[in-house]
Ligand binder design. Sequence first.
Ligand code: IPM
Ligand code: MG
Length: 389
Amino acid sequence: MTKKILVLPGDGIGPEIVQEASKVLKCLKQEFALDIELEHAPIGGAAIDALGSPLPQKTLALAKECDAILLGAVGGYQWESLEISMRPEKGLLGLRSELTLFANLRPAILYPQLAAASSLKPEIVSGLDIMIVRELTGGIYFGQPRGIRRLENGEKEGFNTLVYNESEIKRIGRSAFAAAQKRNKQLCSVDKANVLECTELWRETMTELALDYPDVELTHMYVDNAAMQLVRAPKQFDVIVTTNMFGDILSDCAAMLTGSIGMLPSASLDANNKGMYEPIHGSAPDIAGQGIANPLATILSVAMMLRYSLDAPELAARIERAVATVLDEKLRTPDIHTEECRKVGTEEMGDAVVASIMREYWHEAGMNQNLENTAHECIGSGGLSNNAD
Ligand code: IPM
Ligand code: MG
């Protein structure tokens, strides 16, 4: 049956990178009979401008109906003065919450070709392969009460609530233990149990849960130490499980180990593996519209979509091999550029990935094709229509 994919380009560099990831999806549809249909809708700042809300009803309805979502990024300077409940970020947070996408998987893998682009010494990061499992629909991001209030003395006070109940902790814990079982069977739970009762409960609950997973070794670490260990000796980690806010921070940190935040994909899954797939970086308004953003995190997010929501791991592997090949070919967007490599823009990088997928395919088929303009043949001349409502 045809799978429906909702494409939400969003703001800043969102539309540019999503365009390249869509090319890859289109190529798989046309050349590998991937049975999908793409639909587009506005979210974030673009949706505020068009429809007055960061998460319009229609976008939410389409998101509930579809089989998977591909999202670019949300946010930008022009919406920063709006009150928090009306900001672009609310569109993204609303989707995560409305669809109960509680399990956020953020793999940080160092492609050996990019060792020189990392800010750490190659020997510290080479071979790095970490999975951060971030709780995504609870914690301080969503806890009530929250707000800014006026005290009796006239001073203003801002407040948020860090709250997790046992079932929320168990739910994300199970996802993390399951992820560890498929990898090196080491799970590090990150908390601040020495100070925050909420994460004391987190630690206790993870410890209890570990009894159900005797094959996984569970350790605990305070978040400040985890941040330090990530830059000191990141290869000690296999899977990390942590709260919403700690996961937000640690995943940006882990991203830089791999050379650029422009390389890291993510999957946000519900209990049935319906998912939203997005690069972990933001909308980068400072470079939006220049055609220089790195589309690889978004393209790798498509690979995660194929693996987790579309049951097409073989196609996911094709994308991942193609990304490795373009890096072997020394193509680099500015964020990962180092000496002796060729600097390319967003579109050229996307085209190169599509060309590499096709080249491998033709090679397997033993066909002696003319490979010139491969990507353009595959995506057709019209490109993608952006039929945002
Ligand atoms: C992320 C982002 C989001 C978050 C923002 C855009 C709301 O930083 O996905 O990591 O804080 O979760
Ligand atoms: Mg973040």
